[in-house]
Design a protein around this ligand. Structure first.
Ligand SMILES: NC(=O)c1ccc[n+]([C@@H]2O[C@H](COP(=O)([O-])OP(=O)(O)OC[C@H]3O[C@@H](n4cnc5c(N)ncnc54)[C@H](OP(=O)(O)O)[C@@H]3O)[C@@H](O)[C@H]2O)c1
Length: 333
């Protein structure tokens, strides 16, 4: 056991792009569990785009991190002390215990996980929050039917890479949009998408038209901005858009203009924003099905792993800029 608890705090609210100086790394005593609590040693930390919103003071669906507070984040950890009747030393848990090496918890919001079925870090990705997000957004909101065309942006990332594979399993033509040839090659050759458009090269509108000869029935939106503008004219009548995220806009300092609303009317398009935690009742079915498909080899996943808590700020900024392939994880021990 290391002698102190390393923590990453929010030092300042970023204006525009996040900087490493917006974080501060400190050492504090390891907390001691009270009656009814456990001490968790953190093994892996998840880095996710939503954390950018929590660093700002803009009103959102969840509370922001206070200046000087521990950065919010999900971890996989091991119980090292227990004064809680439901937990034993050695239990493995997933929970939002923050960017630090240890935390105490009364168990609220923690999920116990099994050892040995899938790699532990996968509980932060494909069989965790991003996995549930992809499954709920695509299957419940997108409602894809066999033979339809599904397009997903940030296709080489944690959520997008799974959306495309779930759409393939449903029998759809699946097209990704991602930044750069290596990511597009990965999406098609490793993950089995039918095509992938590199939005950083060529003419996105023309490339998307070539990749979607029958138009687009479901567009799983992860990025917004210019990518959304290229997708809009390709949407078919009665297309569905699960609006999952807008990562291209998270560092904006000014709001962007509205898209052409007439298209939504004339094509009778459904666009629905959603937050995965609003639909917790769907998580057990989603995660059980995804885990089974991962074990059967029907779903593949990739991780980009940064080493050590001190690398988290740099890795987080890199993820927002697209330096990750698949799920961005920090290995803590
Ligand atoms: N609604 C929910 O409950 C929920 C839950 C989880 C995640 N999300 C959202 O889902 C989206 C994906 O999250 P994730 O965890 O899977 O992250 P991720 O895709 O693994 O990582 C973010 C990716 O965004 C892409 N990106 C960044 N700037 C971009 C730009 N200007 N234009 C186009 N793409 C850009 C980058 O890929 P490229 O290299 O391809 O640009 C980067 O790799 C995010 O918007 C996130 O906020 C929502």
């Amino acid at each position: 056991m290391s002698a102190t608890n390393t923590q990453v705090l929010l030092a300042s609210r970023p204006q525009g792009w996040v900087k490493e100086s917006d974080f501060r790394i400190v050492e504090n005593p390891i907390p001691q569990p009270k009656d009814g609590e456990i001490l968790v040693k953190h093994l892996y930390l998840s880095l996710d785009p939503y954390m950018r919103g929590r660093m700002s003071d803009a009103k959102s669906y969840a509370a922001n991190v206070a200046i000087g507070g521990v950065m919010v984040g999900e971890i996989v950890g091991e119980v090292t002390q227990s004064r809680h009747p439901d937990y034993r030393v050695g239990d493995l848990v997933v929970g939002r215990l923050g960017w630090q090496l240890y935390a105490t918890s009364n168990g609220q919001g923690l999920r116990k996980i099994a050892r040995g079925r899938v790699p532990l870090s996968a509980y932060l990705g494909v069989v965790g929050m991003p996995g549930a997000t992809a499954w709920i957004g695509l299957y419940d909101i997108g409602e894809p039917k066999p033979g339809e065309t599904v397009v997903v942006s940030a296709a080489a990332g944690a959520v997008g890479s799974l959306v495309g594979q779930l759409a393939k399993i449903r029998g759809c033509r699946t097209v990704g949009i991602a930044g750069g040839k290596p990511k597009c090659d990965h999406v098609v050759q490793e993950l089995g998408f039918d095509a992938c458009v590199d939005y950083k090269a060529g003419n996105v509108a023309d490339d998307l038209a070539a990749a979607t000869p029958d138009g687009i029935d479901v567009y799983f939106e992860n990025v917004g901005g210019d990518v959304f503008k290229a997708v809009l004219p390709r949407l078919n009548p009665f297309a569905r858009i699960p609006l999952c995220g807008l990562v291209a806009q998270y560092n904006d300092t000014e709001p962007r203009g509205m898209p052409d609303m007439r298209t939504f009317l004339t094509k009778r398009i459904k666009l629905q924003g959603f937050i995965c935690s609003d639909r917790m009742e769907r998580w057990p079915e989603a995660l059980a099905q995804i885990e089974r498909w991962v074990i059967e080899g029907r779903i593949k996943f990739h991780e980009t792993v940064a080493e050590g808590l001190a690398s988290a700020p740099r890795a987080f900024i890199g993820m927002l800029k697209g330096e990750n392939l698949g799920k961005q994880i920090v290995k803590l021990t």
